[in-house]
Design a protein around this ligand. Structure first.
Ligand code: NAP
Length: 354
């Protein structure tokens, strides 16, 4: 496939960076041409610098790539996927966008910038409209789009159809988040085996804030956040991959469980028909068994890009309750960022390359 767009992966040795490398191996539009990690690894072979932590082998095509500095010149690619820690991503991603690179980021650094979309193509493709203002305002020839936080993404995906159909007033969410969400090597086994940590740094604030922006409307050059209120409690559990969220939802218009099921199952993605290679079909999988969704059995639905919902029942406190599950490093990170880049390519933001 000689005409694939050359792409760079930043943070390529980490939990999300490895997932990018894995998901891009056979991508029909993109090919990995450059990898970067921290400065101390520049020049090392990827196979020597990276302790591969995913199932299956490191793709042979990347083993001999030398890790490059994370600058537009050194990377030499029109598109970069960022899996950088948030404390370093901010300035590095801006430099790349200034240098003409389209940056599809997983980091939180720019998520709440008024001119940067938190993009989930299936539910808020219209937020691409922010990019004109971003480029004009900042004088960039490149651009930055971000994914949502790994637990916010499935939450927003489920709330969008419910909001369209019934209106959503408020949500209480309790998460059970996988170990890979803390990066690699991440948390100490002695802290996690036989245990639950009732704290994931910064996560509750993200869950209470990001879905409101994702579900908001673009007005002029900014997003007007959706009016719903969210209360979140986040826990780290000893699961390798797959974030679970237990929700109770207060609706504007009451709805029976069966109507909620039909609404979720019937949701039509905003990018259906664009032929984006990573868009799952269906986006939302509803399970009716009493004991689903489960991380081990459901996280790979739709190649890890679908969101699985079960336990949909009336709630004695709010209107409806349910359990939502998604793969945190696929839908919640690398896969989501790849889908965002596919939408950018389809909409002409990688002109000359596709
Ligand atoms: P991680 O496993 O700790 O990996 C961090 C990566 O960044 C490594 O490749 C590391 O390279 C590189 N790095 C560290 N310091 C750097 C620096 N100063 N300059 C350039 N590169 C540097 O973290 P992760 O879990 O993959 O997360 C990456 C990003 O994605 C974070 O912003 C995180 O919040 C976000 N995210 C993660 C998830 C998830 O489920 N894990 C989900 C959504 C979003 P070295 O090997 O050289 O140190």
């Amino acid at each position: 496939m000689p005409d694939r767009i050359p792409v760079a992966v930043l943070g390529a040795t980490g939990a999300v960076g490895q997932r990018f490398v894995q998901l891009l191996e056979h991508h029909p539009w993109f090919r990995v041409a450059a990898l970067a990690a921290s400065q101390r690894r520049a020049g090392q072979r990827y196979a020597d610098a990276c302790r591969w932590a995913l199932d299956g082998d490191m793709p042979p095509s990347v083993r001999d790539l030398a890790l490059r500095p994370a600058t537009a010149e050194a990377l030499g690619c029109p598109l970069a996927f960022s899996a950088l820690p948030s404390d370093v991503a901010g300035a590095l991603e801006e430099d790349l966008a200034r240098g003409g690179v389209v940056v599809s980021s997983n980091a939180a650094s720019h998520r709440m910038d008024p001119d940067v979309p938190i993009l989930i193509p299936e539910i808020n493709a219209a937020h691409l409209a922010l990019l004109d203002a971003q480029r004009r305002g900042r004088g960039w020839t490149g651009l930055i789009v971000t994914t949502a936080n790994c637990a916010s993404a499935p939450l927003a995906i489920v709330l969008q159809p419910l909001s369209d159909a019934f209106g959503v007033r408020h949500v209480h969410v309790v998460t059970l988040q996988a170990l890979s969400g803390a990066g690699y090597p991440g948390l100490a086994a002695l802290d996690m085996v036989d245990n639950i940590l009732p704290y994931v740094a910064g996560e509750e604030a993200k869950l209470e804030r990001e879905p409101r922006r994702i579900l908001g409307r673009v007005v002029g050059t900014e997003v007007q956040p959706a009016a719903l209120v969210i209360s979140a409690q986040c826990n780290r559990v000893a699961v390798r991959n797959g974030h679970t969220a237990c929700l109770t939802i207060g609706l504007e218009r009451r709805a029976a469980a069966e109507a909620v099921i039909e609404t979720l199952q019937g949701y039509r993605s905003q990018v259906a028909g664009l032929g984006l290679p990573s868009a799952p079909q269906p986006l939302i999988v509803v399970r009716r068994e009493d004991d689903r969704p489960q991380p081990r059995r459901d996280r790979d639905a739709g190649g890890g890009m679908a969101v699985t919902v079960g336990r949909i029942q009336p709630c004695a406190v709010n209107d409806i309750k349910m359990v939502v599950l998604a793969h945190n490093t696929v839908r919640g990170a690398a896969g989501g960022a790849i889908l965002n880049a596919e939408l950018l390519a389809a909409e002409g933001y990688l002109e000359g390359w596709r």
